[in-house]
Design a protein around this ligand. Structure first.
Ligand code: ADP
Ligand code: MG
Length: 585
């Protein structure tokens, strides 16, 4: 006798229901999506016990006719698709036509609806698969669905529900995401009659982020908006030098639907290389608009994963959007002067400082530089700058070097305020971009060692050498095996001094994976820049400091070194004045 049995339809349906409905948040998701599809502008979600006892979703959308209210619980009953081609260009959130069927299969459910056109509204009550009541009622236009006792008839499933708190927090996360995607819709959420979310409809994403997260986050975000062909990305994401330690807040939406996808996360990480300090990750809200036939959202029953037809294009979109966004931002890390916070808040509230006042103040001579000695210093500086800066297109440098602090930092002033420049990181940034350019132009020259130096490599270094051999030769390091782990260095890039060369080479072969780099080549150049840059603790002449500063401001990204450390910090003039208690006149 065979052992295979065909399952009874009720059992089959319960199993299928479990695919769509896993826990309260999946019910909330399906119901809220239906409300959005019905063009609701207000969606109210109420829970008891984190949704385990009751989930109630009420909207002010289209509502349903008598016929629809009866049909909507049938499996594959949907108003959103009828022929197969529709699958390709569907714009609504749901179209599998199984949500209501699945939810009602595993709960006691009450639906009330009114479409504003028929005389009355309708109430449908179901328990599991059974219809209990179908009656006329009076009801405001829209739909309300109440789901009681989720999994009352599936004890095995019910056991897997987590604590009230944890089910609730899943719902909060989900609703936060939809609220971000639909700023124009009012969302409220309560649990056991306590309000958890209350977001009246607003006009922009920015307003919504403010409602949900507050001003502090908003201050750390920059807008992005980039379009390429039929693809577009908009949103808000970390300004250079902000970001957070974890990756918790990287929210992606494709055609307004929250999605999780590895490609998107990878693209974002790549996009922010060189914009954030190394322990930081970008955060932000990214909205991709992609033609419906270029993305498949139905690979997953709960529609949380997507498949892009052209992942490369999506990747590029993110890179480009962040790059362009960052170009509008200051690439210098601001630091906060203690004690200036309170006043600053007030300042922001009262609006910006009028430009007139700013000009007036800056045209006055600073008392700091009034004494004779300083003036001499400045004259000398100007001469030097002219000499050093010859060949640079700008006729006016945006800064003035004041001096060196702790033999490690260049102190300068600029329009933005007081600058403190790390001399090592600055030189590293300059060299790195120089190396990149030489590499692109293939202009590395090498020089013969007078006497080849024999290098004893560790097994690890030897292995790295085998891997990097070609790239090393391209930039001018030529070695010859001497047997065992010994190699003779015969040629070196003529950019370096002979006695530096072997030390730099050895550190290139050192394995360290702590830093994030685009690729191996970039890492190589960055390490080389780091090793050959001047060190902290080295006294510099004014001319050298001028030179470094001028060169630094010519680089693409003066604010951050290739290893992700800040190069410059600034104390904004307004902060200095506020901290000192001097009001801008
Ligand atoms: P789908 O959303 O995939 O079509 P559902 O089972 O979620 O399937 O819903 C079935 C149908 O019921 C929908 O196509 C829609 O016509 C109707 N419906 C469900 N919820 C609502 C609502 N909140 N407002 C208006 N109509 C609704
Ligand atoms: Mg649906």
């Amino acid at each position: 006798m065979g052992v295979i049995k065909v399952l009874a339809p009720e059992i089959a349906q319960k199993i299928a229901a479990g695919e769509v409905v896993e826990r309260p948040v999946s019910v909330v998701k399906e119901l809220v999506e239906n409300s959005l599809d019905a063009a609701a502008t207000e969606i109210k979600v109420e829970l008891l016990d984190g949704g385990k006892k009751l989930i109630r979703v009420q909207d002010n959308g289209w509502g349903m006719s008598q016929e629809d209210a009866a049909l909507c619980f049938r499996r594959y009953a949907t108003s959103k698709i009828s022929v197969e081609e529709d699958l390709e260009k569907i714009a609504t959130l749901g179209f599998r036509g199984e949500a209501l069927a699945s939810i009602s299969a595993v709960s006691r459910l009450v639906l009330k609806t009114f479409n504003g056109q028929e005389d009355r509204g309708y109430l449908v009550e179901r328990e599991g698969d059974k219809l209990i009541r179908f009656v006329e009622i009076s009801f405001p236009q829209g739909t309300m669905v109440e789901v009681y006792d989720l999994f009352f008839n599936l004890p095995a499933r019910k056991k897997f529900l987590r604590s009230e708190r944890s089910e609730l927090s899943l719902v909060v996360n989900y609703l936060t995401q939809v609220a971000l995607a639909y700023p124009e819709v009012k969302f409220t959420l309560s649990n056991n009659n306590r309000e958890v979310i209350n977001c009246p409809g607003v006009v922009s994403l920015k307003d919504r982020v403010y409602q949900l997260y507050g001003k502090k986050l908003l201050d750390n975000l920059m807008p992005i908006d980039y379009e390429e062909g039929a693809y577009r990305i908009t949103g808000l994401c970390s300004r250079p030098f902000s970001g957070r330690i974890d990756r918790q807040r990287q929210l992606f939406f494709v055609n307004r639907r929250p999605v999780k996808d590895r490609i998107l996360v990878a693209a974002l990480t790549q996009a922010y290389l060189g914009l954030l300090e190394r322990q930081k990750n970008p955060e932000g809200f990214f909205f991709l608009e992609i033609p419906y036939d270029q993305v498949d959202v139905n690979v997953h029953p709960a529609k949380a994963e997507v498949r892009f037809r052209e992942p490369q294009q999506v990747y590029r979109l993110i890179l480009k959007a962040v790059e362009l966004g960052a170009q509008q931002e200051s690439l210098i890390k601001p630091i906060i002067v203690e004690g200036s916070e309170k006043k600053e808040e007030a300042e922001v509230e009262s609006g910006l400082i009028p430009i007139e006042t700013q000009k007036e103040v800056s045209s006055k001579p600073l008392s700091l530089i009034e004494d004779q000695k300083k003036l001499e210093l400045i004259n000398f500086r100007n001469e030097e700058v002219k000499r050093v800066a010859e060949g640079y297109p700008q006729d006016r440098q945006p800064f003035q070097v004041l001096g060196q602090y702790l033999a490690s930092y260049i102190v300068a002033t600029s329009e933005e305020g007081l600058l403190i420049i790390d001399q090592h990181n600055a030189h590293e940034r300059i060299l790195f971009e120089k190396f990149e350019k030489m590499e692109q132009e293939n202009s590395w020259k090498s020089r013969q060692m007078l006497f080849p130096t024999v290098l004893e490599l560790s097994p690890g270094q030897r292995l790295n050498y085998e891997e990097l051999k070609e790239e090393l030769e391209k930039i001018g390091f030529v070695l010859e095996p001497m047997g065992g782990n010994s190699l003779a260095l015969k040629e070196y890039p003529d950019f370096f001094k002979e006695k530096e060369a072997s030390e730099i080479l050895l550190s290139l072969l050192e394995d360290n994976n702590r830093d994030k780099f685009k690729d191996r080549r970039t890492k190589l150049l960055a390490t080389m820049a780091c090793k050959s840059a001047i060190k902290a603790g080295q006294a510099l002449s004014l001319a050298e400091m001028e030179y470094l500063t001028v060169e630094l401001f010519q680089t693409k990204n003066p604010g951050i070194c290739p290893h992700g450390r800040p190069v410059i910090i600034k104390i904004e003039r307004s902060r200095i004045e506020r901290a000192i208690g001097r009001q801008p006149e």
